[in-house]
Design a protein around this ligand. Structure first.
Ligand code: ATP
Ligand code: MG
Length: 371
């Protein structure tokens, strides 16, 4: 029998979605959805996870739920094909996470590289710098466990995500194996689906920093206007050694070229920069010297705009009826809850904590007390 393909991914409502999300995960999701080669696809807004490191401003999370919802619909996620839902509305996820907490050690969580780098980035281990004078919230520290519950509650076996999520999926796999070894085959092991192109694994920010991230203020948002897009591209980080047009330039770590790697095709050259047949030719010229940053940036702006313009326009349409967006998600939550509830039922049976329906247990106990 062919294995069922169940796809699941989510995003934190800590801001609007950006082009890093697009190349890292959204583009793959829409492609999978439109190919139709799957049994079920779940996409969710991880508001409960976002609260784990935003207790200084929970209203930010609440306000951004609709922003992420609009971005989802704008990029082409279709509620008739995918179940779109909001994490906090599915209490079964919390229930499952609670049981998982017993099969993960503190030491294992401390070793999770994503948690480590996020703790550092957010200044949690430095009480003076941290938003939380009181240090690291327990909920944040344990979020890989909650993420494992999100994935396994839907029996997802494919998780399209950026490279930073690799350690999360590894930890989830360990939890599944441990659970199954204690209670018998119940949960499904997930696999990460990374983007095909190296540049998309971890798209850097416009400031050249390692990762474009809502929290680092270095993003090109999917909803940026054409004007904002132009300004951001024009002020992008390039090659600090490329002072004069005639100087040889460097491609490595040059964000303009990383974005071109992630977005441009030979067709873009034919349409906007016909002096070059492809990106290799443009790179070769830049490295030789004689090619200015402005020319490359103008080209990049056109390339990005070709992807972003339809997204921007579709978003405008969805923005005109906000109540209907909440309705789409209400329906999605109902469907998601049904699926998660079924898994929780199976989990409880496997754990043998269905006391009232467990005739064997009741019989066994009554014999014990009759004797
Ligand atoms: P936050 O700063 O709140 O953590 P974020 O911008 O890192 O926000 P997430 O919601 O944590 O975004 O990530 C959602 C998904 O997008 C994940 O699959 C993640 O791997 C992917 N992703 C986020 N940023 C990038 C990036 N710069 N390049 C590639 N993929 C990314
Ligand atoms: Mg993140």
């Amino acid at each position: 029998m062919k294995e069922k393909k169940i796809i699941l991914t989510g995003d934190r409502p800590t801001g609007r979605l950006h082009i890093g999300h697009y190349v890292g995960s959204l583009r793959n999701r829409v492609m999978l959805q439109n190919q139709g080669d799957y049994d079920k696809m779940f996409v969710f807004i991880a508001d409960a996870q976002a609260l784990t490191d935003n207790m200084d401003n929970p209203e930010k999370v609440r306000q951004n739920v609709i922003e992420v919802a609009l971005d989802y619909l704008a990029v082409g996620l279709n509620p008739n094909k995918s179940t779109l839902f909001i994490q906090s509305q599915i209490p079964e996820l919390t229930e499952l996470a609670f049981y998982f907490m017993n099969i993960v050690t503190v030491a294992r969580l401390q070793r999770n590289p994503t948690v480590k780098s996020e703790i550092k980035m957010r200044g949690f281990n430095n009480e003076e710098q941290s938003n939380f004078g009181s240090g690291l919230p327990v909920g944040f520290f344990t979020y890989p466990i909650s993420q494992a519950a999100d994935i396994t509650a839907f029996k997802a076996n494919i998780v399209p995500a950026g490279e930073d999520q690799k350690p999360m999926i590894e930890q989830c796999t360990e939890i599944v194996r441990k659970f199954n070894s204690i209670y018998g085959e119940t949960l499904v092991e997930p696999q990460i689906m990374l983007p095909g192109n190296e540049a998309c694994m971890r798209l850097p920010g416009t400031d050249g920093k390692a990762k474009m991230s809502k929290s680092l203020n270095n993003c090109i948002y999917l909803s940026d206007s054409a004007d904002e897009l132009r300004k951001k591209v024009m002020s992008m980080y390039t090659d600090p050694l490329h002072l004069n047009v005639s100087d040889p330039g460097h491609i490595e770590g040059n964000t303009v070229f990383t974005y071109l790697d992630a977005f441009c095709t030979n067709e873009h050259f034919a349409n906007y920069l016909p002096d070059y047949a492809n990106l290799d030719e443009l790179k070769a010229h830049y490295m030789r010297g004689g090619l200015g940053d402005v020319k490359c940036k103008k080209f990049l702006e056109k390339v990005l705009n070709e992807t972003l313009e339809p997204i921007r326009n579709r978003r405008k349409e969805f923005e005109s009826d906000i109540p209907s967006i909440y309705e789409i998600f209400r329906q999605g939550c109902e469907n998601a809850r049904e699926a998660a509830a079924q898994t929780i039922d199976e989990v409880k049976k496997a754990m043998r904590i269905t006391y009232f329906d467990d005739k064997e247990l009741i019989e066994e106990q009554s014999i014990k007390y009759k004797a």
